[in-house]
Ligand binder design. Structure first.
Ligand code: CMP
Length: 492
């Protein structure tokens, strides 16, 4: 504190001293001259008087500038800004004070009409202003930037030109005319203040020190989305550089003409890792993971087939076997068994709102959903009222409980859109089980696993022994199936 006071008085000492030296003689000039006994003021004395008066005005201006510095800028404004007041602002105000002093000298000391001078200087100013208008606009934009403080020295910012993200750099300096950005290529970009105040500037370190970045990767259509997400997610998370919290994420962004585009999002602290370096780290890690998985990014290509054209669109009737292959419940079937089943199943098309199976009704077939969306309504609470408990999407099956056990339907399945399903009847399944009774055990195992998964997802499985739960249910189901399919070699 005492240190500051010393500095302040030091800063004010010389302006006050000079002021006293010049203002004193100016005010008491006439009596001073009379006292010394000089009645005729010579030309030299007159010039001397003008000089002293002029210096008096200038010293007043100097003192005012210093007082503004000490009391206003440093005393009032700086604490509010939370940092030093920009030099640019002080200089402009200082220049205005000296301009007033010069006007005072012209009017007060030399008794010249100030309005004329202002008019003339106005014309001169206009001409000069026109000539250096972009510079003036830079200076005022610089003042605006200094007052508004959209970024500080050391902040990483991104400039957008015509709304398009353009340059990313670290703010090195903001001066009268320009803002200087250092980019990772080691060069300094001088951006005129006038430009920077008219474009969008994204401060990557405000309001939080970290910000989110995005990278896009496109994988071929042949790569299943689940696999694409797995490999890319691991690639982004394994990258050493992005923050672990918030966690990096990968999402499907869109479908392009090359394949499926994924968006990887990750967070960086630009003060520690520049956005370019972050991009390098994430890209390298992702490429490494893709390479290890035997995948490449999708590129522009044309398929030239010298062999018969493969099916690009599954024709449902022709590809029944392919449909069966994809269904989890039939995963243990041998290719010949899939053929047998494929020949027997029946295609059914349903309209929106149609009920396919009804809660409580008898039924001896299950269904495979191939196209469309179905809703499952069940009466879990036993109130007699069914509520929607699940949605079925293509590739899923339903109605297996009644098919396997002969019990009434446990839920109602209604079509939310028009849909295509394949019906598998008890006789179709019987044809397979007769040939290979072990199929029954694998089917009941899959059904039990799906039930455990559903219970876990609904948080209704209150104990942790999922395997035990699945096994118990699979055994129960197999027991019921044995009695329902009795006489076809399932034994007891
Ligand atoms: P099933 O009881 O034969 O007939 C109704 C079907 O709805 C049932 O077999 C299951 O396939 C299905 N189902 C019942 N509850 C659900 C659920 N929570 N999620 C998905 N499918 C279900």
């Amino acid at each position: 504190m005492p240190n500051t006071e010393k500095t302040t008085s030091q800063r004010l000492f010389w302006p006050i001293a000079v002021l006293l030296v010049f203002v004193g003689p100016t005010l008491y000039w006439d009596s001073l001259i009379a006292q010394i006994g000089i009645d005729v003021i010579t030309q030299t004395i007159k010039i001397f008087k003008y000089t002293v008066a002029t210096l008096a005005w200038l010293s007043v201006a100097w003192l005012v500038v210093r007082l503004l510095d000490v009391l206003f800028w440093d005393g009032l404004v700086a604490p509010r800004l939370g940092g030093p007041v920009p030099r640019l602002l002080k200089d402009v105000v200082g220049a205005l004070v000296f301009l007033v002093a010069i006007t005072g000298i012209i009017g007060g000391v030399f008794n010249l009409p100030v309005s004329g001078i202002w008019a003339t200087s106005g014309v001169v100013g206009l001409v000069v202003g026109l000539a250096v208008q972009s510079m003036i606009s830079d200076v005022f934009s610089g003042i605006a930037i200094n007052v508004d403080r959209p970024f500080r020295i050391g902040d990483w910012v991104q400039l957008h030109q015509r709304g398009i993200p353009n340059m990313i750099g670290c703010v090195e300096e903001v001066n009268w005319r320009s803002t200087r950005l250092k980019t990772t290529d080691g060069v300094l970009h001088v951006v005129p203040n006038n430009l920077i105040s008219t474009i969008i500037v994204t401060n990557l370190m405000k309001p939080e020190p970290q910000s989110r970045f995005e990278l896009f990767f496109t994988l071929d259509f042949a790569v299943p989305v689940e696999r694409g997400l797995r490999v890319l997610n691991a690639g982004v998370k394994a990258a050493k550089g992005p923050l672990a919290d918030p966690t990096p994420k990968v999402r499907v962004n869109r479908i392009t003409e090359y394949g499926v585009e994924y968006k990887a999002r990750y967070w960086l602290l630009p003060a520690q890792i520049s956005p370019n370096k972050g991009r390098h780290i994430v890209c390298s890690s992702v490429m490494d993971h893709l390479h290890q998985a035997g995948l490449t990014l999708a590129y522009q290509k044309q398929d030239l087939y010298v062999a018969p054209m493969p099916n690009r669109q599954l024709t449902l009737e022709a590809d029944r076997k392919a449909i069966i292959e994809r269904i989890e419940i039939f995963k243990s079937l041998e290719p010949e068994e899939e053929e047998i089943l494929a020949k027997r199943i029946t295609q059914i098309t349903v309209n929106p709102g149609d009920t396919i199976v009804e809660n409580g009704a008898a039924g001896e077939s299950m269904y495979i959903l191939v196209e469309g969306l179905l809703f499952v309504y069940a009466d879990f609470e036993g109130t007699g009222q069914t509520t929607q408990v699940a949605r079925l999407t293509p590739g899923q099956f339903f109605g297996e409980m009644s098919l396997l056990t002969g019990e009434p339907r446990s839920a109602t399945i209604e079509a939310a859109t028009s849909a295509v399903v394949y019906e598998v009847t008890k006789h179709d399944l019987q044809a397979l089980i007769e040939g290979r009774p072990e199929i029954a055990a694998t089917i009941t195992q899959v059904v039990a696993e799906r039930r455990t998964r559903n219970l876990k997802a609904r948080d209704a499985l209150h104990h942790d022994d999922h395997e035990e739960e699945t096994k118990n249910f699979a055994d129960q189901l197999l027991g019921k199936m044995r009695s329902f399919f009795r006489g076809i070699g399932l034994g007891d």
